[in-house]
Design a protein around this ligand. Sequence first.
Ligand code: ZN
Ligand code: MN
Length: 254
Amino acid sequence: MTVRMDQLSWVEYERRVRKDAPVVFLPCGATEQHGPHLPLGTDALLASALCEDVAGKIGGLVAPALSYGYKSQPKCGGGNHFCGTTSLDGQTLISLVRDAVREFARHGVTRLVLVDGHYENQWFVTEGILLAMRELGKDSQLEVMRLEHWDFCTEQTLASVFPDGFPGFALEHAAVIETSLMLHYLPNLVRIDLIPDEPPADFPPYDMYPTRTDWVPASGVLSSAKGSTAAKGAQMAADITQGIAAAVRKEFKL
Ligand code: ZN
Ligand code: MN
C-alpha cells in the first residue's frame, strides 16, 4: 500500500483522510546544483525519501514535494549563479507554502508535517505556514510541524560520521551528509567517481551583492564529500526517521 499521495486516486485519498486522519508529510526542497556527483533534485529527493520512510512507520501519507526553493546562498548552497540552480523569490515560496497548507486543511487534514531539505527555505516556509494558519482562523483543526531533517542526526552519529570533526551543516552542502544519504536511498543517482577532493570553502563573516562568485569553489561543493558511504547514510537515515517519527507521535499524540 503506497504512502504517496500522487499515486492515489482522489477517492482513495479522501477515504484515507476521513477514516485514518493520517499525518500528511509535505517535503520541501530545491532545484539546485549539488556538485558534479549529485543530481539537481537532491534536496527534494532526500526530503521525500525520508518522509516516505517515516510515513511507512506511522501510517502517514506523503504529498508531492515542493521541488523549487528559495535562492541558493553562496555559504550554504553554493549560490544562485550555477547553471541548473532554479530558485524562487521569497514571496513566491511563501505563497506556495501558504496555498498548499490551506488546501490540505480544506481536504480535512488535521496533522501536517513540513519536512525541509533546503537550508535557505526555513523562514519563507515558516511564513507560509503562519499566513495559512491566520487565514484558517482559530476554529481550524489543523496543526503543523515544521523541521529541517538534518537536525535529527544525533551527536553520537555525527561523531562517528565525521571522525576528524564536523564542519557544520551549512558547509555540508553536497558533502558527506547529503552524498551518504543519497548513497543509502538513491545510489544510482550518485557519481562517486566525480566527487571533487578540495579543501573546505573559507568565507569571510559578511556577504556581498552581487555575489563574489570567486569565493565559491567552481565545483559547487563547499566541503569534500570524500568518505561518503551508504552505511553512513543508513546510520543518519535511521536517526532522522526514528527522530521524526518520535516527534510526530509525541506532538500529535499517536
Ligand atoms: Zn542539498
Ligand atoms: Mn539546498
